[in-house]
Design a protein around this ligand. Structure first.
Ligand SMILES: Cc1cc2nc3c(=O)[nH]c(=O)nc-3n(C[C@H](O)[C@H](O)[C@H](O)COP(=O)(O)OP(=O)(O)OC[C@H]3O[C@@H](n4cnc5c(N)ncnc54)[C@H](O)[C@@H]3O)c2cc1C
Ligand SMILES: O=C(O)Cc1ccc(O)c(O)c1
Length: 493
């Protein structure tokens, strides 16, 4: 098939008839349901963009010779990484970086699993069949341009219990309940699938963050990918933040609300050919790190976050000029904080690409150190950018008549006059500040802040993993050498 168009993506999910629930009802057709149709249209827009900018977005499949999405590329050179980043940038620009789960994010991980497929063959739970499955799945997803969601997290019942078997209900988190000649049977729940009901397939993998060393919880230790319409699979979506308002009133929420879903498994049969890990806590713990999937995913994330930061900077500078606060010292200081965040992110991305090396699987792999630092830092910086919009926007983030107020002949002229800015008319100012509101105040905006803080894992545990993995010795040696030298110079031997 090759790279799909928006129309093909929409037809695909329409025909799939995934079991999606929202607001207490089963969704008949996600492509027309008010909670999903606008974001479906946005995802379709991404697929169309692949064809509008083919040079930038597609490459030739090494197996079929067809044009396929560049996010699936097996990078062999630094130029491949630059090209892939430009592709990520193009898709991110479509939404101002507000779609965290544009399909390129997970496509990079499928590439990594597929090319590192021998990882899944190792002793202690792996098999040649699992390795073949990972290679085949990469080929299948790339050639058919499959859109994916993923779920890695156990339900938030009692986090003080380190394993799922210890929970008061050890059958709550999704686990293998039976093995049959056809595959495994899975029952229980997983969190949290963003874009859940509106993708083709779901990747059910272990957390990227290691479980506590030494804990074995094998019925919960698996990795597989299945179609969203597999019998017994339900997507229980959160309330929609697309309130069906005009895109002028809700410029982000009415277009990019990706939705998040709890995943329910009821006697779901996962065929053997779709399984990559089965009952191995040990392999699960190492999957993301040792296939380097997390590195390729982070390359997409930081590319996307550069765009998101550029977009927010643009909004903030426009707001400052709109209400004439752009000469105040503290205001410039706050905008400069965002400029610094942008330059730091760009530098991390640059270093990661320029220091890239061929890994053990033959892939040109970005340097993880700058990417890892950036993914530990940005979740906190995003909260600050969010705050800066509120500090600078003040009442302008609430004095926000709607499109229908402007078009009303009685109050339209009034609101147009009363909402004007320093060098901008009322309608233009409200449109700009509605965008700022949708980044910082609305349910959509606050979900973005939560997403950026948490989606890659709990920043506290991530920081501890970062600290533990950091090579600290050179810095300790530096200080020891310095102290030894001063001791010597002081005549103490
Ligand atoms: C908007 C959004 C979208 C998401 N999309 C996806 C998705 O598509 N796929 C997916 O798999 N996941 C997704 N996630 C889930 C995300 O990965 C988790 O939120 C994240 O890993 C943190 O886990 P948790 O939410 O269970 O928090 P918890 O682990 O429950 O943590 C809650 C609080 O308790 C503290 N805490 C808990 N346990 C410990 C501990 N052992 N030690 C120290 N402190 C602890 C944490 O620091 C935190 O402050 C999404 C999350 C959000 C918010
Ligand atoms: O691995 C974890 O524990 C959290 C995590 C990481 C990457 C993701 O994309 C995601 O949705 C969740």
């Amino acid at each position: 098939m090759g790279a799909r168009t928006g129309k093909e993506y929409i037809e695909g999910i329409k025909n799939r008839k995934t079991e999606v629930w929202i607001h207490g009802e089963k969704v008949d057709d996600v492509t027309t349901h008010p909670a999903f149709k606008n974001v479906v249209e946005s995802v379709a827009g991404l697929y169309d963009l692949q064809h509008e900018k083919q040079e930038k977005m597609l490459y030739t499949s090494p197996t079929s010779g067809k044009k396929v999405g560049l996010s699936f590329i097996t990078p062999k050179t630094k130029e491949d990484l630059f090209k892939r980043r430009e592709m990520h940038t193009e898709w991110a620009t479509f939404s101002g970086g507000m779609m965290g789960r544009s399909p390129d994010y997970l496509n990079t991980s499928i590439m990594a699993f597929g090319t590192a497929n021998q990882f899944f063959a190792q002793e202690g739970g792996g098999s040649d069949q699992f390795a073949k499955n990972a290679a085949d799945y990469y080929e299948y997803a790339r050639e058919n341009d499959i859109s994916l969601t993923h779920t890695l997290i156990h339900p938030q019942v009692n986090r003080s219990m380190l394993t799922q078997s210890e929970q008061k209900d050890p059958y709550l988190s999704a686990r293998i309940t039976k093995k049959t000649p056809d595959g495994i049977i899975v029952n229980g729940c997983r969190l949290l699938a963003t874009l859940g009901g509106i993708t083709d397939e779901i990747v059910v993998f272990p957390s990227t963050i290691n479980r506590t060393p030494g804990t074995i919880d094998d019925p919960f230790a698996f990795a597989f990918a299945i179609p969203n319409n597999t019998p017994g699979l339900k997507f229980l979506s959160r309330e929609s933040f697309d309130y069906g308002k005009s895109k002028w009133d809700h410029p982000l929420g009415a277009r990019f609300d990706e939705s998040d879903a709890i995943i329910s498994f009821e006697d779901v049969l996962v065929p053997w050919e779709r399984i990559f890990v089965c009952e191995s806590t040990d392999i699960c713990n190492r999957t993301y790190a040792e296939t380097n999937a997390v590195i390729h995913m982070t390359h997409q994330v930081i590319s996307k976050n550069v765009v998101k930061t550029e977009f927010i900077l643009g909004v903030v500078i426009s707001m400052m000029e709109a209400i004439g606060i752009d000469k105040f010292m503290h205001v410039k200081e706050k905008a400069s904080e965002i400029m610094v965040i942008l330059e730091v992110l760009r530098s991390h991305l640059y270093k990661s690409e320029h220091n890239a090396k061929i890994d053990q699987y033959g892939n040109m792999t970005p340097d993880f150190e700058p990417l890892n630092a950036a993914r530990n830092w940005f979740p906190k910086m995003y909260q600050r950018m969010h705050e800066i919009i509120k500090i600078l926007g003040a009442s302008g983030l609430m004095a926000l008549p709607t499109e229908s107020d402007f078009s009303n002949t009685d109050v339209g002229p009034l609101v147009h006059r009363y909402t004007q800015g320093a060098n901008i008319n009322g309608e233009e100012k409200v449109q700009l500040f509605r965008l700022a509101w949708d980044i910082s105040i609305s349910a959509f905006g606050n979900r973005q802040a939560l997403y950026e803080y948490y989606f890659f894992g709990d920043p506290v545990r991530m920081s501890n993993a970062y600290y533990d993995g950091f090579d600290k010795q050179p810095y300790k040696d530096m200080v020891t050498n310095f102290l030894n030298k001063t001791k010597k110079e002081a005549g103490i031997f």
